[in-house]
Ligand binder design. Structure first.
Ligand code: SAM
Length: 253
C-alpha cells in the first residue's frame, strides 16, 4: 500500500467533509474577540493540501503553511498558482522551525500536533512562540483529548469528480504511561475504474486537558484563553457534555 501523504488529491477528498468557510468564520470571530493585534499574516501548521488557504486569501489575509511532506506542499503550491505572492510555504518539522518574519495568527487543523514526548511538545510551543507576535492567537483544532483514548474505529465515504474515497480511521496499541498510540488512516479509492489503497500510520501522543493547562503554566509565553465544542465559540466546554471537534485558543504574551 502506498503512503497517504504522497497522494494529496485522495487525502483532500477524504477530508473534504469540513465546512471551510465556517471554520474561517470562527478564525475571524476568535480574532475579533481575543486577539490583541490586527491580523494580516496567518500560519497553518501541518498545512498539507492547505484547505483554508483560498478562503483566507479571498478575505484579504496572507497565508503561510508549514509541512514536513514535500508531496503535500507541491500539491498546495500547484493549487496556489493564481494567488502567488499572497502565499508562502516552508518544508519544516513543527517541533523545530522558524520563519523569516513573525505572523499574527496560527492554527493547526485536525488534531495534527505531531509531538510524541514532553520535550517535543515544549519544542513545538517554543517554535510557535518564535514565529507568533505578542498578543496573537494560536488556535488548536482537536489537539487536546477530552475523552480518554481507547481502541477506536471510524469510517466514512466521500465522492468528488467521480472519485469515490472510503476512509477508515483507527486508534490502537495505546501505552498508558507514555500516552502514545498508533493512529491509522486507510483510504480505499475507486478512481474511474482504477482501484487503489493508501495508508498512513503514525505514532501519536495524547494530550489531556489538565496536562495542557499544566504545560502552559510552566511557560511564560502563552496564556490560556479557552476551549469550545464543535468549533462554536458560543459553546465553552464544561466537561460534562459529549465533545466533538473541540478547539482550544491560547495567546502569546
Ligand atoms: C491530517 S494532515 C492535515 C492537513 C491539512 N492541514 C488539513 O487540514 O487537512 C496532517 C499533516 O501534517 C503533516 N505533518 C506530519 N508530521 C509533521 C511534522 N512533524 N511537522 C510538520 N508537518 C507534519 C503531514 O505531512 C500532513 O500534511
Amino acid at each position: 500500500m502506498e503512503n497517504l501523504y504522497q497522494n494529496p488529491k485522495y487525502y483532500e477528498i477524504a477530508f473534504s467533509y469540513r465546512d471551510i468557510q465556517g471554520e474561517v468564520d470562527t478564525f475571524e470571530e476568535s480574532i475579533q474577540r481575543f486577539s490583541k493585534i490586527p491580523v494580516t499574516n496567518v500560519l497553518e501548521i501541518g498545512c498539507g493540501n492547505s484547505p483554508h488557504m483560498r478562503e483566507l486569501v479571498n478575505r484579504g489575509y496572507r497565508y503561510h503553511g508549514i509541512d514536513l511532506s514535500e508531496a503535500m506542499l507541491d500539491y498546495a503550491r500547484e493549487k496556489s498558482k493564481d494567488i502567488k505572492g499572497k502565499v508562502h510555504f516552508t518544508c519544516a518539522d513543527m517541533t523545530d522551525f522558524t520563519l523569516p518574519r513573525q505572523v499574527d495568527f496560527v492554527y493547526i487543523p485536525l488534531g495534527s500536533l505531531y509531538a510524541k514526548t514532553n520535550e517535543n511538545l515544549n519544542a513545538h510551543f517554543d517554535s510557535i512562540s518564535r514565529v507568533l507576535k505578542k498578543g496573537g492567537l494560536y488556535l488548536l483544532d482537536w489537539c487536546v483529548n477530552f475523552e480518554p483514548l481507547g481502541e477506536t474505529k471510524d469510517s466514512w465515504e466521500m465522492e468528488e469528480e467521480g472519485i469515490l474515497v472510503e476512509t477508515e480511521f483507527s486508534i490502537s496499541k495505546l501505552n498508558k504511561v507514555t500516552q502514545t498510540y498508533e493512529e491509522g488512516i486507510t483510504l480505499q479509492v475507486k478512481d474511474h475504474g482504477k482501484e487503489m489503497s493508501f495508508t498512513q500510520k503514525d505514532l501519536r501522543r495524547a494530550i489531556y486537558p489538565q496536562e495542557f493547562l499544566f504545560l502552559l503554566q510552566g511557560r511564560e509565553d502563552f496564556e490560556f484563553i479557552g476551549w469550545w465544542n464543535d468549533w462554536d465559540l458560543n459553546r465553552p466546554i464544561k466537561g460534562t457534555e459529549t465533545i466533538s471537534r473541540p478547539i482550544t485558543i491560547i495567546r502569546k504574551q
